[in-house]
Design a protein around this ligand. Structure first.
Ligand code: GDP
Ligand code: MG
Length: 300
């Protein structure tokens, strides 16, 4: 068999509220995200893998490019983020039909500096009442930049999958094999994803105070209730001092980390979430089965 594979990384970028998460959910359907521990992917946060036959698209968030977080744009489109963007094979630059803000402008100016195919994804076209406005508008978008493609769509509609995938497929490099197994497991990777979201919020809140020693263990994951998913997570730290820092005065820091994590997890799962966080100090971790599990040493 000499059949070729095509696998590539695609970044989804745009200011908050343009519909990135919605689009991602549509693109991935139920097969939601795997977090990879593979070295070649450490510069990206993989938020979803879509495999079809010999084609595999890894939708990525790049470090510092925080999807859906309402942060000042300069926080997430910084130099590091741009550097890691230079590894992707294409960029989906999402913005809203007939709406163009300073943030969009700023984002595009930054994207112009990377030498990658930029696909303009014009979302929410369902909001255009007067359909005659669409064509002249598309022409104006085309004048802003030499986009690789311009795709008007409605992120909520299934049709978007075909529109995006057809565009992206042109930019997937040839590969000898798939990067990731084609089967999409749900539970375990979802736990990883959730743990990563919590860890991200925590690191954000702590700055450099408690660096790499933190691990998150998802102790409880109960989605038997259709209305709400109950999640319990332990934040493992190495010293008492780190525990105090993570909890903060009157528990305020942990509470805020919990709130922000919950919002992210709700976006991921598309469901209401009840999240409980504990901070625990990991003792001699080789004796601690849980710590081992949280570190990925498991024989399940
Ligand atoms: P993100 O911050 O870029 O991830 O944006 P979200 O995916 O969270 O979407 C922001 C808001 O826009 C939500 O209220 C979505 O329901 C809404 N939205 C997303 N896509 C569309 C669309 O195609 N049409 C309309 N009318 N609303 C949309
Ligand atoms: Mg979002």
């Amino acid at each position: 068999m000499t059949e070729k594979y095509h696998c590539g990384f695609v970044a989804i970028i745009g200011r908050p509220n343009v519909g990135k998460s919605t689009l991602l959910n549509t693109l991935l359907g139920r097969k939601i995200s795997i977090i990879s521990r593979k070295p070649q992917t450490t510069r990206h946060r993989i938020i979803g893998i879509k495999t079809e036959g010999h084609e595999q698209i890894m939708y990525v968030d790049t470090p510092g490019l925080h999807l859906g977080q309402k942060k000042a744009i300069n926080r997430y489109l910084n130099k590091t983020a741009l550097q890691s963007l230079s590894d992707v094979d294409a960029v989906l630059f999402v913005f809203e039909a007939l709406v163009w803000t300073d943030e969009d402008d700023w984002t595009l100016e930054k994207l112009k500096t990377i030498n990658k195919p930029i696909i303009a994804v014009i979302n929410k076209i369902d909001k255009i009442k007067d359909k005659d406005r669409l064509l002249p508008y598309l022409a104006r978008v085309g004048e802003r930049f030499a986009f690789a493609e311009i795709i008007p769509l409605c992120a909520r509609q299934q049709k978007s999958i075909e529109l995006i995938e057809n565009a992206v497929k042109k930019y997937l490099p040839e590969a000898d094999e798939l990067y990731f197994p084609e089967e999409m497991v749900t539970d375990r990777p979802q736990r990883f994803m959730i743990a990563e979201l919590i860890r991200e919020q925590l690191l954000e809140a702590l700055g450099q105070e408690v660096p790499h020693s933190i691990t998150i263990e998802i102790e409880e994951f109960d989605d038997s209730d259709a209305a709400i998913t109950r999640i319990g997570a332990i934040i493992w730290v190495e010293q008492e001092g780190q525990k105090a820092i993570a909890i903060g005065a009157q528990g305020r820091r942990l509470k805020e980390v919990g709130r922000l994590s919950r919002l992210e997890i709700e976006r991921l799962l598309n469901k209401k979430v009840f999240l409980r966080l504990w901070v625990k100090v990991r003792g001699a971790w080789s004796d601690d089965e849980r710590a081992l599990r949280s570190l990925g040493f498991t024989d399940e």
